[in-house]
Design a protein. Structure first.
Length: 301
């Protein structure tokens, strides 16, 4: 065989082989690049879709809050009512006379309950912690009246101790004044500086008082709800579960407060779009509070 022909043929084979090899790798790189580009585009499309969804959600939430505000604007000149609304998914708000101070009655138990659960969460106390009944608790400034609702007042407290869970459940479900006073005395007032700092950071009040604004009470019940502890469930099953805001056709976790003309309710409304709603009044009936709650629910649910 001719050596030159062999050499030429070999060279051709090498060239063809190299071309095929190079073409194969070029195809691989091109294919990988296309796959990577497609994957990147999918990620971009997903991010865009999610961003669009969030934007749409915010716009919808803002629209609901604006609808609530239109309703509340009708009550702006009525100085015997204060209302605060907060969309729990986005934080958008609406209010009328939201900073006006009202006698809160038992709604003022909410900051104490929130602080107790905060102390539990930080390990300072537990639900099983027991406190000896202290008569001095009923004499503290801003303590609840000795009588009122609840069953603790009917017990003989001589030498008796009560767990934090028992006291908190009574304060929430029965709105037990003496149970709330014991928690105030043993937990909140026992660490007065810490309690004051907590009040300022959560509800914007420097000192504890039974006088509160709708915005402050709304922040207090939102704080309890976000803690996601036992009080959240107890708020759904109080002795007044279906009164006032509780008359809505969905589950409502709420705390009412009644004393004389004061007729208040602070609530978490568990509709499709969860929201917090506090209505503080001086002289309103349960039915009036319920009717306003219904109007707000119709545009916020």
């Amino acid at each position: 065989m001719n050596v030159k022909r062999v050499t030429v043929l070999g060279a051709l084979v090498l060239i063809l082989g190299g071309g095929l090899y190079g073409g194969y790798h070029y195809y691989q790189k091109t294919s990988q690049a296309k796959q990577q580009a497609a994957s990147t585009q999918k990620q971009v499309d997903k991010a865009t879709k999610e961003s669009s969804s969030v934007t749409t959600s915010k716009k919808t939430s803002s629209s609901r809050s604006q609808a609530v505000q239109k309703i509340l604007d009708q009550y702006h000149n009525q100085k015997n009512i204060g209302v605060a609304y907060t969309d729990l998914s986005t934080g958008t708000t609406a209010s009328t006379n939201g900073d006006t101070m009202f006698y809160a009655a038992s709604v003022a138990k909410l900051p104490i309950i929130a602080y107790v659960q905060r102390e539990i969460a930080t390990g300072k106390i537990s639900w099983e912690t027991k406190f000896a009944y202290a008569d001095a608790a009923n004499s503290l400034p801003s303590a609840m009246v000795i009588g009122g609702t609840g069953t603790l007042q009917n017990k003989n407290h001589q030498g008796q101790s009560y767990s934090v869970e028992d006291l908190t459940k009574r304060a929430v479900e029965q709105s037990d004044n003496q149970a709330s006073n014991q928690l105030y005395y043993h937990v909140a007032n026992a660490n007065s500086q810490g309690f004051s700092a907590y009040l300022e950071s959560t509800v914007g009040a420097k000192t504890y008082s039974k006088t509160m604004s709708a915005k402050q009470a709304n922040q207090a019940i939102i704080s309890i709800w976000k803690q996601d502890q036992k009080a959240s469930q107890w708020l759904e099953q109080t002795n007044w579960a279906h009164d006032k805001i509780g008359s809505l056709p969905v589950t409502v976790a709420h705390k009412i407060g009644i004393n004389g003309a004061a007729n208040n309710d602070a609530a978490i409304v568990l509709s499709n779009h969860k929201f917090a709603l506090t209505i503080m009044t001086d002289g309103w009936s349960d039915e009036q509070v319920a009717q306003l709650a219904q109007k707000i629910y119709a545009v916020a649910k």
